[in-house]
Design a protein around this ligand. Sequence first.
Ligand code: HEC
Ligand code: HEC
Ligand code: HEC
Length: 442
Amino acid sequence: VIPLEPDGVRPVRSRAPAASWLVALLAFGLVVPGGGCRPTDPTGRGVPGMDLSGVELTELEARGRQIFVRERCVSCHIVGAPPPSTFRGSARAPGRRIGPTLADVGGRFTDAWHHAFLGDPRRLIVTSTMPAYPWLIGPDGEPTDDARALVAWLQTQRDPDLPRDPDAAIAASLAAPTEAAAGALVYRRSCAGCHGEDGTPPAQMTERFFPPPRDLTEAEYALVPRDAGGRPDRERLLALVTRGVGRTDMPGHWYLEPADLSSVVAHVRDLAGEGDPDAPPPRLPAQRSAEDRRLGPGMWVALGCESCHGLSGRGDGPLAPDTIFDLTEGVLKGGRDATHLAWVIWRGLPGTPMPAFDAALEALGPEALSGRLEAVPEGEARTSLAALIARLPEMDVATRLGVLVDFVMEITDAEAPSSRLEDPRAPPPASDASVSDAPHPR
Ligand code: HEC
Ligand code: HEC
Ligand code: HEC
């Protein structure tokens, strides 16, 4: 008889081969002299896939690993690399595990995703065969302390040997064939839980996640422009679905087969239907001169970006809507690349307060700007604006846009905080800026 652990670890009593195998392991060699029986030694040594010796866990994460064992997640899932002898041909090997390996699950989903999934997997993966764990998640969707610990531990599962290369996945998927049946299937499994089978998110999901999943039948997507044929642009859509939407619960899907990624994107383009094509931004000049680069801060204030985003980009401008976020953290919803930024500035983010600046970029003239100089605090921004006013007449729209794209690339470069403009009027930022601690796949 296996005594109950003081911390509530239940003895395993099941006839499932995996579980009885676990009982054998627990009974064998892991009985602590003078004490009860531990579910696993502190490093998880000896439990297939749980040998994490060498990995430093916080108290919470270590507790989470115990809960993973207690809840018998191991009967369906492996974590870590499977020890070579345990699975193949061994008489003691547990039956085939039906769950995917969780060796690389860390950071792929947000905590909120995990909580929703544990409460009822079919909410997110409508075809799921994984059991629900309602005792870990309250009826109101609130995770218990056990669930928080479990998820904290799942978030540490990051196998450095498994490559995470969204760019390679995007390139492979762009060249991959598209198949309608596969697209519908992948959509049903990976997307329908949040976005709805027909593209309109169910209320239980729009209430659970913030920002809520978007309606994919909408005439205008916020983050993906429509191509000349009037469908969401395939390349931009594929990049978004592969990388995920930064700062939100929308996960990345780089681990799907290239043909599946290509097919699910085709399915979404069908759901979106035909709409009005978006006029693309001008092609950015290949090379911007050092002199042009110094005009970035001036362009930022000339167009009024600072009125919402703040002079520094932290989201503290006088007109900041409450959905604004700190650009200097370096995580953008649509990714940090020049093409995306050019689109965001040119077309705005429809359905959000972020306006389109196509007309403003064209109309920008020295006369209107001269009056603004005084309003800009003395310093780099004002010097840059003065230089911009002098240069504007000879700058075409593509160059203007390029200057701004470069500047946004700079302020969103989390590694180079020195390039940020400081607002002499603003109080210094709190050192513990309220950054969400949910990791995001990136
Ligand atoms: C009866 C088998 C079974 C058990 C027990 C089980 N799972 Fe799963 N799990 C699955 C299957 C199967 C999937 C794949 C998705 C699907 O079709 O359900 C899955 C998927 C997952 C995923 C998503 C992984 C991915 O790559 O998409 C996570 C995370 C997960 N399980 C965590 C857990 C945790 C934590 C427990 C214990 C509390 C647990 N599972 C218990 C069968 C199981
Ligand atoms: C866990 C929930 C969740 C899942 C699963 C999910 N999404 Fe999303 N999706 C979101 C959220 C949240 C957003 C961002 C909303 C925002 O930024 O306002 C989003 C945004 C999007 C957008 C951008 C729409 C726009 O207006 O710009 C597209 C396209 C999209 N998802 C497609 C997909 C596809 C395809 C899949 C499956 C491969 C998928 N999503 C899976 C939650 C999800
Ligand atoms: C009226 C307020 C407002 C102004 C003015 C404004 N923005 Fe925004 N911007 C927003 C809001 C709100 C968001 C977040 C939208 C969302 O995702 O819900 C945003 C998002 C962004 C993003 C993030 C895109 C992503 O993928 O996450 C960039 C980059 C950006 N703005 C650049 C600019 C630039 C450059 C200017 C000036 C040319 C500007 N904004 C002017 C309100 C504004």
